[in-house]
Design a protein around this ligand. Structure first.
Ligand code: SF4
Ligand code: SF4
Length: 96
C-alpha cells in the first residue's frame, strides 16, 4: 500500500478494513500489541487475534489512519483479503 492508497483508505473509505472485523496475529505481534489493546485476545488454539467485530480497531485514529502503521500486523498490510464491493483499491490490487 502506497501513501496515496493509504490516503484513499482514510479519506474516502473511512478505513472500513479497520472496523467491524477481526485480524489474526502472529505470536510476536500478539505479545507486542496485546498490552496496548483489550481487543486483542487468544482464540481456542491460543492464537492471538484482534477482535473488533462491532467496533473499530483500537489503533485507528479519529482521522481513520493507523497509529501503528510502520509496525502494524502483517495481516493488516495484506488488506483487503478478498474482493469487497465497497473497496476503492481492489481493482488496483488485482493488477499488482
Ligand atoms: S492495526 Fe492499524 S491497519 Fe490494522 S486494523 Fe488496526 S488501525 Fe487498521
Ligand atoms: S476496503 Fe479498500 S479502500 Fe477501504 S480501507 Fe480497505 S483496502 Fe482501503
Amino acid at each position: 500500500m502506497t501513501s496515496e492508497t493509504k490516503d484513499i483508505c482514510a479519506a474516502q473509505c473511512q478505513a472500513q478494513c479497520c472496523q467491524n472485523k477481526f485480524v489474526m496475529l502472529t505470536q510476536e505481534e500478539g505479545e507486542r500489541l496485546s498490552p496496548l489493546s483489550p481487543k486483542i485476545v487468544k482464540g481456542t488454539n491460543q492464537e492471538y487475534m484482534m477482535m473488533f467485530l462491532r467496533s473499530q480497531c483500537d489503533f485507528l485514529s479519529e482521522e481513520y489512519t493507523c497509529t501503528i502503521y510502520a509496525s502494524r500486523p502483517a495481516g493488516c498490510a495484506a488488506f483487503p483479503y478478498k474482493p469487497m464491493a465497497y473497496c476503492l483499491l481492489w481493482p488496483e490490487k488485482e493488477l499488482v
